[in-house]
Design a protein around this ligand. Structure first.
Ligand code: PEP
Length: 248
């Protein structure tokens, strides 16, 4: 059976109490599209208020610490995310791999901890422009995935987000052939590592917007999107959800 498409918004470091109305608008409008799984990953401090504002709608974190608890100043555990009402989290976003110097091994530990404790996990991978231009994108991203992918995903809910770093927030998007080629390579790597590769959704992320969503969702092996800037307003985000529904 085909999986629902997943369209997840990454609010990054955006979101105050005043923005709960926008989250509510997105959650309410999403009910029109039962064939699409919609989620918003908001700053950790907003998760509890967002979850209370939109019961039944998927609210997520943007990172999780691999430890259950302990001396990790400023970090958030999976149990804390769940306790605040989150049902999922992003791990390994390129902004964290870059600014926080997160290695593949750390991302793997974070993904494993999230899955083990009952969060759905969106694990991000993606290449830089230099790597793309050198012709090494497929080898680099599949190696990054190999190093970041937990060994046992069991019955857990895992999605991979392919996010070329050069496409994030830039308005640039790979060609549909480039997306198809990368998603097929990711699917093959998942198959090599885990028998149930077909049950793991592969999202595309990087400058997805209303004007390109339908074309991107039509690419083979694209099972949804991770959306940054265009997820902050219902008027920008809902056409992307509608495009996911339209492409089944
Ligand atoms: C992201 O950072 O996850 C992202 C996809 O951003 P944008 O949609 O703004 O390119």
């Amino acid at each position: 059976m085909a999986l629902n498409k997943l369209v997840a918004g990454n609010w990054k470091m955006h979101g105050l109490s005043a923005d709960l109305a926008e989250i509510k608008a997105i959650a309410d409008a999403s009910r029109q599209y039962p064939s699409v799984d919609v989620a918003l990953c908001v700053p950790a401090i907003l998760i509890e208020r967002a979850s209370r504002a939109v019961p039944g709608f998927a609210i997520g974190g943007q990172d999780v610490h691999e430890a259950e608890k302990g001396a990790h100043t400023g970090c958030t555990s999976a149990e804390m995310l769940l306790d605040a009402g989150a049902s999922l989290t992003i791990v390994g976003h390129s902004e964290r791999r870059d600014a926080q110097r997160e290695s593949d091994a750390e991302v793997k530990a974070k993904a494993a901890a999230g899955l083990l404790r009952g969060l759905a996990v969106i694990l991000c991978v993606g290449e830089s422009l230099d790597v793309r231009e050198a012709g090494d994108a497929i080898a680099t991203v599949t190696a990054q995935l190999d190093g970041s992918l937990p060994d046992d995903v069991g019955a857990a809910t895992l999605a991979i987000a392919y996010e070329p770093i050069w496409a994030i927030g830039t308005g640039k998007v790979p060609t549909t052939d480039e997306i198809a080629e990368m998603h097929a390579a990711i699917r093959a790597k998942l198959g090599e590592r885990h028998g149930k590769a077909g049950a793991i959704r592969i999202l595309y992320g990087g400058s997805v917007k209303a004007s390109n969503a339908q074309e991107i969702f039509g690419v083979p092996d694209v099972d949804g999107a991770l959306v940054g800037g265009a997820s902050l307003k219902a008027t920008d985000f809902m056409p992307i959800v509608a495009a996911a529904a339209a492409t089944g």
